[in-house]
Ligand binder design. Sequence first.
Ligand code: COA
Length: 398
Amino acid sequence: MAEQTVRTKNVGLRGITVADTKISYIDGERGVLIYRGYRIEDLALRSTFPETAYLLLHEFLPSPEELQAFEAKLREFRALPGFVIEAMKAWPRGAHPMDALQASIPLLAMDDPDLGDESREANVTMALRLIARLPAVVGAWHRIRQGLDVLPPDDALSHAGNFLWQVLGKKPDEETARIMDVCLILHADHTFNASTFACREVVSTRAHMYAGVAAGVGALSGELHGGANARVMEMLQKIDRDGVTDIAAWVRDRLDRKERIMGMGHAVYKTLDPRARILKELAFQLGEKTGQTKWPEMTAAIEEAAMAELEKRGKKGIQPNVDFYSASVYHILGFPGDLMTCIFAVSRIAGWCAHIIEEKFAEAQGKPALYRPKAEYVGDYCGRMDCEYVPPEKRGRD
Ligand code: COA
């Protein structure tokens, strides 16, 4: 059968459906996000991150026994192999945490006894190791770069609580650990976003799960994707440092300079991102608890001014996305700006692994296929494709 050509160049594959998925669903017009049939609002209110990760990986919510076993495995896998910590100690202290995280993924692969076993069961176990260990990697690198000892995991703490402990070196109270837990639920999956697509594309070559995840971490690092939360915090801190009092004027000025308001707008949502609504509440809750409402208040003022100004300029539907208020939440929790995208990865690893498993065992989409889009060759050299090879010593530039 002749290959069908569909032309959608330079629009980032917008509007092109490339696979079926049973994992999550977004209605960008109505602001709906669903993980395997469950609304994000319900999961954020009533589930926990381990339970949500189980749901994403296994398609259904666990029984109490299944959840207990899943959490026990997560605890068992938390500790990092010694050679990973030793390798990190040799890395330049100034390395960005996302680079350190990405560099650690193949090292974790080398330690995984299931690597090479391409059964579904082995992939699920690899996913559990990744979910358990990414928080420990972020914590280890943050401590090492400050010249501090790496902290051992604490089995008495929840997944989110232990993450806070291993990174920040302080055991959180229940409310704080729960806020972290909800943040992890909210970021855990989001259909075919850039990093998830990167994961799926890589494993469509039959590469292993860790190769896919390394690609996902790289894709997430960009400021148009996961890197936006760090940029939101930079924006807030600059406003604070500069003593800006007229936020509306600040917004107008930024838009006049054709700069974007970080944390607003979304490729899919043309209304309020449902996660942003929950994160806004969490930011104010945490702000009140710690006496730091200044950050969510400033964010809310930007939201109001930017929406009004963008609307005036004929740009409708540009509203806060997941990164807008998460920046305040993470800052108040004590995370430095350059760790914020790592937090996203610590959560999204659950979705990445679920998608990798779906891609590899794609009952939902029939036979898995190697992704291979086309590009139109628009090179314009020597009449398109007739360049004559000239040896180096005879080459001139005219
Ligand atoms: N601030 C100001 N203007 C924005 C904007 C923002 N946050 N987001 C989009 N726009 C404007 C663009 O400048 C563009 O205007 P133009 O047509 O005059 O050039 C128009 O809206 C469409 O933008 P485009 O980038 O083509 O739309 P998109 O749907 O692909 O945008 C994002 C999605 C996320 C890339 C974009 O909204 C953005 O850059 N947001 C800021 C970064 C961010 O928060 N990323 C995290 C996403 S979860």
